[in-house]
Design a protein around this ligand. Structure first.
Ligand code: HPA
Ligand SMILES: [Zn+2]
Length: 330
């Protein structure tokens, strides 16, 4: 679907398609524990976040050089452009690479090579969001922020991802304070598998401006009231929720109820190489499964630009919003 939109919840490592994974494995002399792309695809049956993460971390061992990260980002941007993405705020997981001996500079500079040319090549403006792995220690997150200091000109925000349950946002209070003091903006995954209390904590303790997922807010009516009143954006990922078994089938996704409740919902792809669709595919899927009409879809696109970190460039935001209003559905 070509409706102009911003993608605000996208893990660049989650865009690693099997074909590129095998190509990079060949280029870098890495042996994958799968014979071919077909055998790899059969591993894509997840029973929750952890089984997905195990494969996600295993596969990214093929990413080693700046060129690899550049190729990965270019492949994503090419697909995103074909699906109407005009602005992308892209997560990356530095600890997943530094733990394997790949320096953070290789990751950021490699991605940067693609992002620097993105507007010209793909017509997509971009930002980078550096995520801390919440199942690693708070000390490791602080070390990661320290290691990122030479590259902060390329990073606009910090985020929090990986295995959620048992790793509440409050564990990362100190590193979020430090990130805020460095002028970085703040988001966090919360309420994907974790309870609504984690969403409260992400807001109250970490001071985040957006909640990534936030699906489970619907269990807490007072929290919903708060998110509505404060217009806190939620970056929902419906196809991810189905594949990771947060909900059984897309037809049961609460997106429509969440929009009706007045929540500032956006729709995103999360890890599109693993979850069966890029963001335009996701818009199409919720249109079909939830009976969302064109005006619902336009609202989702409008919300994506409202929730984007474009405060330093309101002219650009206004231009994108005008594109949304002018879009003619076929
Ligand atoms: O959906 C996700 N949730 C948490 N961590 C992640 N890391 C990549 N994708 C995800
Ligand atoms: Zn995510």
């Amino acid at each position: 679907m070509h409706l102009p939109k911003a993608e605000l919840h996208l893990h660049i490592e989650g865009t690693l398609e099997p074909e590129l994974a095998f190509a990079l494995a060949g280029r870098n002399g890495v042996t994958l524990p799968f014979a071919d792309t077909e055998e790899l695809r059969t591993a894509y049956l997840f029973d929750g976040l952890q089984t997905f993460l195990d494969l996600y971390y295993a596969l990214m061992t093929v990413l080693r050089t700046e060129e690899d990260f550049e190729d990965l980002a270019n492949a994503y941007l090419t697909r995103a452009a074909a699906q109407g993405v005009r602005h992308a705020e892209i997560f990356f997981d530095p600890q997943a690479h530094t733990a394997r001996g790949v320096p953070i500079g290789t990751v950021v500079e490699g991605l940067g090579r693609a992002l620097d040319r993105s507007e010209e090549t793909h017509g997509i403006s971009t930002q980078l969001i550096m995520c801390f792995l919440r199942d690693q220690s708070a000390g490791s997150a602080l070390e990661t922020l320290e290691a990122a200091k030479p590259y902060l000109h390329r990073i606009s925000a910090v985020g929090l991802d990986s295995a959620e349950v048992g790793h509440p946002p409050s564990k990362f209070r100190e590193v979020y304070e430090a990130a805020g003091a460095l002028g970085l903006r703040k988001v966090a995954h919360a309420g994907e598998e974790g309870p609504p209390a984690y969403i409260h904590e992400a807001l109250d303790v970490l001071g985040v401006e957006r909640i990534d997922h936030g699906l489970r807010c619907m269990e807490d009516p007072d929290l919903v009231k708060r998110l509505v009143a404060d217009r806190v954006p939620l970056t929902l990922c419906p196809l991810s929720n189905v594949r990771l078994r947060a909900i059984d089938i897309l037809e049961e996704h609460p997106l429509r109820a969440m929009m009706d409740a007045g929540l500032l919902c956006t729709v995103n792809s999360d890890d599109p190489a693993y979850f069966g669709g890029y963001v335009g595919d996701t818009f199409h899927a919720v249109h079909e499964a939830l009976g969302l009409d064109n005006e619902h879809l336009r609202t989702l696109a409008r919300n994506s630009f409202e929730a984007a970190f474009l405060d330093h460039d309101e002219e650009r935001r206004a231009r994108y919003l005008a594109e949304v209003e002018a879009y003619a559905f076929d």
